[in-house]
Design a protein around this ligand. Structure first.
Ligand SMILES: NC(=O)c1ccc[n+]([C@@H]2O[C@H](COP(=O)([O-])OP(=O)(O)OC[C@H]3O[C@@H](n4cnc5c(N)ncnc54)[C@H](O)[C@@H]3O)[C@@H](O)[C@H]2O)c1
Length: 331
């Protein structure tokens, strides 16, 4: 199978591409390699993917520009799409809202149009747990209403789900939207808390702990996320009129992918301290605008349909991340 992976230089897109290549699929990766975080790690990820020779093709393109996107993909064949490229991050959407408009709204529509005109067998795309906003009934279920996003980032992800539903209805395009819950692990994102805490601890600097440390997250290890994405990719939803996870009667379903364990932020910090072998100096800070206090995934839909079962607890995953971080930075 040949798969178009967007955001291939990003954390999750790189890990998915690596998995697909290892099992013998070929990948066309696209990414703008933007500088939202240091692009050096994006180039390092791409260099690893390039070791697969002709099975991996890469195009640097901004997919919010549909003319450039169509030109970049001219002559490229692919059967399925994994659309993971986006402007991520809740806090940055306060500073730079327009980046979300172009990457997440125009970009998503452009990928839907590519899927439609190329008659893609299936498009799996990234949504986010942030669509649950301030919902207080835990765990979050894909059947819950998600009409009160707390950040523009969340609003664009919910809008992506709505656009996908329309395309599934109009053009019978099989799609799966995945609401990821705080993904972490090797080759992770330098803007996320686990990376920032690890970096500060090694540098002997204090860490900024938002929400006075009183936050809970469903931390999901990258290998579990990749297993879930690939299981979805391999099993497109049928166009059989049956109600799908998330409520669609078109070939479009929504799943939570989380570890289904809501962990205390303080516990995560303790595990990083142990793995680094040094204590952290905690700077307790108030909640940031747009942030959600608790996340917790109900994963029964993806468990029932595809047998998804995450296996990595944070007590195992955090030391693996810190070991990779040390190796990557030569510490
Ligand atoms: N990592 C998480 O915890 C998490 C949680 C929920 C949802 N998500 C979603 O999962 C997806 C992947 O996230 P990630 O953690 O790998 O983020 P990432 O920032 O590491 O990867 C996204 C990639 O998309 C690329 N990109 C952005 N705008 C683009 C554009 N206009 N054209 C082409 N490429 C563009 C970036 O250069 C980047 O390499 C995103 O949609 C994100 O919103 C991630």
């Amino acid at each position: 199978m040949r798969v178009l992976v967007t955001g291939a230089a990003g954390f999750i897109g790189f890990n998915v591409s690596r998995h697909l290549l290892a099992r013998g699929d070929s990948v066309v990766g696209i990414d703008s390699i933007n500088d939202y975080y240091d692009p050096q790690i994006k180039r390092d990820r791409l260099a690893l993917l390039a070791e697969n020779g002709g099975a991996f093709a890469f195009k640097q393109v901004d997919f919010s520009d549909h003319v450039a996107l169509e030109a970049a993909l001219e002559g490229e064949q692919f059967d399925r799409i994994v659309h993971l490229g986006a402007q991520a991050g809740v806090r940055y959407s306060i500073e730079n809202p327009r980046a979300y408009l172009t990457a997440n709204l125009a970009g998503h529509l452009n990928l839907l149009e590519i899927a439609r005109h190329r008659r893609s067998e299936h498009m799996v795309y990234a949504s986010s747990s942030s669509v649950y906003g301030g919902n207080t009934t835990l765990p979050f279920r894909v059947e819950d209403r998600v009409d009160q996003p707390l950040s523009l980032y969340a609003a664009t992800k919910k809008a992506d789900e709505l656009m996908s539903e329309t395309y599934a209805h109009l053009y019978r395009m099989p799609q799966t939207g995945l609401r990821f819950f705080t993904v972490y692990g090797p080759w992770g994102r330098p803007d996320m808390a686990m990376w920032l805490f690890t970096k500060a601890i090694f540098a002997g600097e204090p860490i900024n702990v938002f929400g006075e440390g009183n936050m809970r997250r469903d931390f999901t290890y990258i290998d579990d996320i990749v297993a879930g994405i690939v299981a979805c990719l391999d099993h497109p939803p049928a166009d059989d009129g049956a109600v799908k996870a998330g409520g669609s009667i078109s070939p479009h379903r929504l799943y939570n992918i989380g570890n289904s364990q809501s962990e205390d932020l303080g516990e995560m910090i303790t595990l990083i301290e142990q793995a680094c072998g040094r204590p952290a100096e905690r700077n307790l800070m108030p909640m940031q605008p747009g942030d959600v206090r608790d996340t917790f995934a109900d994963i029964s839909a993806i468990q029932r349909d595809l047998g998804f079962a995450p296996t990595t607890r944070i007590s195992e995953g955090v030391p693996k991340f810190v070991a990779w971080y040390k190796h990557y930075h030569g510490l």
